[in-house]
Ligand binder design. Structure first.
Ligand code: SF4
Length: 722
């Protein structure tokens, strides 16, 4: 079975698992609030700056810190071994067990040991290695792998746990959590007392002092590291920090971002082995062995883009807020590290080919980036991974033709859209398409589609007296010449958004021009990893707006705005002349809603009609997460006399993600279901939003469920109320 087929099968299995969705959904809903409360009074941006500085510096000096850590830990009596590969680490532990005549091992939770599949290996060597973290023990008993970095058994229900414990104890146990925890405690206590070796991981390793810091919520790590006469800590090289003060920032963020706690129950610091008192009255020096694990980390450190991933503190916040993870859980990824950051880690720890298909699971909503305390631009790393995968393996024929030949050729692209407009007729019912056949069927799974407009906005613009861009100055009575960037959806599907923008801008005494040389913003090419096409599209758009000589550039689409504001500079960063031109354009770009709010005193100078009624607002991922725009649309809606009825999770993704909704329609549909549910619960007469992609997805979802709830862009509502 190919990787692609395997992932599809895993997805279908996860989507059919009601228990999984229930558990993940409940946790996902509670997590954001708990995290927010835990961060009350803290400046998260300042904290993540500190963590990025500490971890970024440690990553840059990884070899030096590893050397210093080794010296410091050895000076305090620990034995330090540098393991280049997973096998080196496993062999070290096997040899140590043989040398000590050890047969019984207890383990506390450690992703590094999961990464190297230590338990399976030790089992094959005839060693009895028992997990002592509650979640990990449950999984070991039923032969499963962790599905989450912090809460390994989050996908399981209490009933499933009761069944597993009943088998283990050969007693009929009820699904009473405190009783089940009591059973685990009793069973595991015997294991701790009998163990010859305790194996742990570590959250932080301090080079200055040789100290290991372990952050946990269960007492098992303390028992693991203190009771057996030998303690082995398996520590990834990315856990190193330079000096002790670096620990503070990480400890401040880790529990808050991981579980929404201000502090965990235990923070254990171990600096060298300590003497231990034994039941027979003897006091013996324990042995402490520290394995510094590389396994791909130095390769990551040497990579100019991916070294950023070493700033990860393994809090799993990015998983907790990922709409795909919330739906599917971690097993779909097929490897120990899951979600977006897991895909990157898998590429380095298990090989790029292993992550080739996994990177497709990322929806591109960019929510993780906002929450990451390590300040890692996970979406950027995923895009880079995608582009390297495509560079190496290419794209399927059809996608290759569209992205490499059609998109960068504006005239051909527009001719094909016109052909599509004729081709849609047999499937069109009024203004919608409800079913498409064969390989196009995914496009209408769980949603209907709007039709391609009879007349694109670029053709309508002339009749609206929107001039094509020219190098002439603004007309004397206009305050500013504003270039309108349509983007594909506004241009060809929702030209009414362009008309609405024109009407509102005119009201604000702005001259709106439409540079005809503009084309697709390039986001589809970026998201599919076709960098060369994305660069060509960026250059075409930069030229078109330069020639128009505009003072400002507005667009109705937040994804296009982000492309023009940020992505072009990223794409053109190796070409100084083009980079400068991209920067000049970026400085002029605004989402139309933010522009109007800015120029109209939050709508007050528009003197809008006060129509009244309830409206609920959907925060599109790229509008809030990437452009940081949340208040402006709400203020403009209030200026139109509308009562805002906030929906729960207004900033949760609608599941569109461009081609994602075609590639993974079943995931997209279920994310959409959740969104529609909270939208309807808001009991509003209109849904307002600021993204044509979200408009397509949400209005299509409502239509296919027979709901008549108008979905309008903020600029449409403003134009109606002028
Ligand atoms: S990438 Fe960021 S959010 Fe995700 S686990 Fe690492 S530190 Fe936490």
């Amino acid at each position: 079975m190919s990787d692609k087929q395997q992932i599809k099968r895993n997805i279908e299995k996860a989507l059919a698992n009601e228990n999984l969705r229930g558990a993940l959904g409940r946790f996902g809903n509670d997590y954001v609030g708990a995290r927010e409360r835990a961060y009350t009074g803290k400046d998260f941006q300042e904290l993540r700056d500190r963590i990025a500085a500490v971890k970024g510096d440690a990553a840059a000096r990884m070899e030096e810190l590893a050397r210093r850590f080794t010296e410091s830990a050895q000076a305090r009596g620990a034995k330090v071994f540098r393991a280049g590969t997973a096998q080196d680490a496993k062999d070290y532990i096997k040899n140590l067990a043989q040398e000590k005549g050890a047969t019984k091992i207890v383990k506390s939770k450690s992703m590094a040991t999961e990464e190297i599949h230590l338990n399976e290996y030790l089992g094959r060597q005839g060693l009895d290695s028992v997990e002592t973290d509650l979640g990990e023990w449950i999984l070991q008993l039923c032969g499963q792998k962790p599905s989450h970095m912090v809460m390994p058994a989050i996908h399981m229900t209490r009933d499933e746990v009761a069944d597993i414990f009943s088998k283990e104890t050969t007693q009929e146990l009820s699904a009473d959590i405190p009783k089940l925890v009591g059973v685990a405690r009793k069973q595991l206590r015997k294991k701790f007392l009998a163990a010859d070796i305790g194996i742990s991981g570590a959250n932080i390793a301090v080079a200055e002092t040789g100290t290991l810091v372990i952050v946990t919520n269960e007492g098992n790590a303390r028992l693991t590291t203190t009771l057996p006469p030998v303690h082995v800590a398996v520590v990834g090289l990315e856990k190193l920090v330079d000096v002790f003060t670096g620990v503070k920032s990480i400890i401040e963020a880790l529990p808050r971002s991981a579980t929404g706690q201000k502090i965990t129950s235990y923070i254990t610091m171990i600096t060298g082995p300590t003497p231990a008192a034994y039941p027979d009255g003897t006091v013996q020096e324990k042995e402490l062995h520290i394995i510094l694990l590389d396994n791909g980390r130095t390769e990551m450190q040497a990579d100019p883009v991916f070294k950023e991933a070493l700033q990860c503190i393994r809090c799993a916040s990015c998983l907790n807020v990922c709409p795909v993870f919330q739906l599917l859980g971690g097993h779909v990824y097929g490897h120990i590290y899951t979600g977006g950051i897991g895909t990157i880690l898998t590429a380095f720890f298990n090989g790029f080919q292993e992550a080739g298909e996994l990177q497709n699971l990322c929806l591109g909503c960019e929510r993780c980036k906002r929450f990451c305390p390590g300040k890692i631009d996970i979406p950027k790393l995923i895009r880079e991974l995608r582009s390297r995968v495509v560079e190496k393996g290419g794209l399927p024929g059809g996608q290759k033709f569209v992205l490499e030949k059609v998109l960068p050729n504006r005239k051909l692209f527009h001719r094909l859209i016109k052909a599509g407009q004729l081709g849609q007729k047999p499937f069109q019912k009024g203004a919608r398409i409800r079913h498409l056949p064969m390989f196009l069927a995914g496009l209408t799974e769980g949603r209907s589609l709007p039709v391609i407009a009879d007349k694109a906005f670029r053709d309508q613009a002339r009749n609206l007296s929107v001039p094509e861009g020219s190098s002439k100055e603004s007309t004397p009575d206009s305050k500013e010449k504003v270039g309108f960037f349509a983007g594909c959806l506004t241009d060809f599907v929702y030209p009414q958004l362009g008309q609405a923008a024109y009407k509102v801008l005119k009201h604000l005494n702005r001259e709106m021009v439409f540079p005809a040389g503009q084309t697709c913003c390039g986001v589809p090419a970026v998201l599919m990893g076709v960098r060369e096409s994305a660069v060509q599209l960026a250059q075409q758009n930069i030229e078109a707006f330069e020639q128009a000589g505009v003072d400002a550039v507005v667009t109705c689409c937040p994804s296009c705005a982000q492309a023009l504001k940020e992505r072009y500079m990223e794409l053109l960063e190796t070409d100084p002349a083009w980079h400068e031109r991209a920067k000049a354009l970026a400085g002029k770009v605004q989402h139309v809603t933010a522009y109007v709010a800015d120029k109209s005193g939050d709508g007050s100078s528009l003197r809008l009609k006060q129509t009244g009624g309830r409206v609920t607002y959907h925060d599109s991922c790229h509008m809030k997460g990437c452009l940081g725009i949340t208040e402006e649309p709400r203020q403009l809606l209030a200026a139109a006399g509308l009562e805002l009825a906030e929906m729960e999770g207004s900033d949760l993704c609608c599941g569109f993600g461009g081609s994602y909704s075609v590639k993974f329609p079943s995931i997209s549909r279920q994310i959409l279901d959740k969104k529609l549910h909270s939208m309807e619960a808001a009991n509003a007469a209109t849904v307002a939003l600021d993204c044509p992609g979200c408009k397509l997805q949400i209005s299509g979802g409502l239509d296919s469920r027979g709901k008549e709830l108008p979905v309008k862009h903020t600029v449409e509502i403003l134009a109606e109320n002028l």
